[in-house]
Design a protein around this ligand. Structure first.
Ligand code: PGA
Length: 251
């Protein structure tokens, strides 16, 4: 089955109104990116303005609370993200798993809340360097993804992002064999949990130091259906070449 590639940017805790011009330029490149979906997950404070600046372009959030509303100071619900104009949300990023103690069960509940709204969801997983060096990366990641899948998984609206923690923001990229092995293992785990057809519809993104120079090689690997991009999504100059690589256009 052919899956459309998805290139999603993750601005993390970066960006103010002064950076919206970058979002506009990225959205213009996305318009002409044939056969590729592009999204930009910006800080919550920028969602409304980014949506206004980029009509028709997919703006996303970076986290969502599992509950619909209530006494959760500092959190944001799926309905709030929708209301702000977001169409997608990232859940379970390793930075949240590590810094905020999010378990896979909590991530599954967040993904469920997103899918109960109109939001698409990108569920992240990835192993630490210790786990990789101990030879447990595949088991660790497939266990993580199995426990992070929402009960209401809808393959058309669900993507998985494999992001080895040691490759995030470090300039180190997993090798093609490591990526290929992990993406195939994730696909098998999805088939076990969701059935073969659904598993074949889920997009599996790679993340971790993706840039304009390495993107084409990464996109050529089996079961790589796009990328989740941090640092290189902050400017159009760095992000647009990755979008072009996903279209197969030379950069
Ligand atoms: P990076 O971040 O591209 O800066 O490595 C990726 C991510 O954390 O999503």
């Amino acid at each position: 089955m052919t899956r459309r590639k998805l290139v999603a940017g993750n601005w993390k805790m970066n960006g103010t109104a002064a950076d919206l011009g970058e979002a506009t330029q990225i959205s213009m490149a996305a318009e002409t990116a044939d056969g590729v979906d592009v999204a930009l997950c910006v800080p919550a404070t920028l969602i409304v303005r980014a949506c206004t600046a980029t009509p028709g372009f997919a703006i996303g959030g970076q986290d969502v609370h599992a509950a619909a509303n209530g006494a959760h100071t500092g959190d944001i619900s799926a309905a709030m993200l929708e209301d702000a104009g977001a169409s997608v949300v990232i859940v379970g990023h390793s930075e949240r798993r590590e810094a905020h103690g999010e378990t896979s069960e909590a991530v599954a509940a967040k993904a469920e809340a997103a899918l109960n709204s109109t939001l698409d969801v990108i569920v992240c997983c990835g192993e630490s360097l210790d786990v990789r060096e101990a030879g447990h990366a595949v088991t660790n990641v497939t266990d993580q993804i199995a426990a992070s899948l929402p009960a209401n998984a809808d393959a058309q609206r669900l993507s998985v992002a494999y992001e080895p923690i040691w490759a995030i923001g470090t300039g180190k990229v997993a090798g093609p064999e490591e990526i290929g092995e992990m993406h195939a293992a994730i696909r098998s785990k999805l088939a076990e949990k969701l059935g073969e057809d659904a598993a074949n519809a889920v997009r599996i993104l790679y993340g971790g130091s993706v840039n304009g120079d390495n993107a084409a090689e990464i996109f050529a690997i089996d079961h790589v259906d796009g990328a989740l991009v941090g640092g290189a999504s902050l400017t159009a100059a760095k992000f647009v070449p990755i979008i072009h690589a996903a279209t197969g256009r030379s950069v």
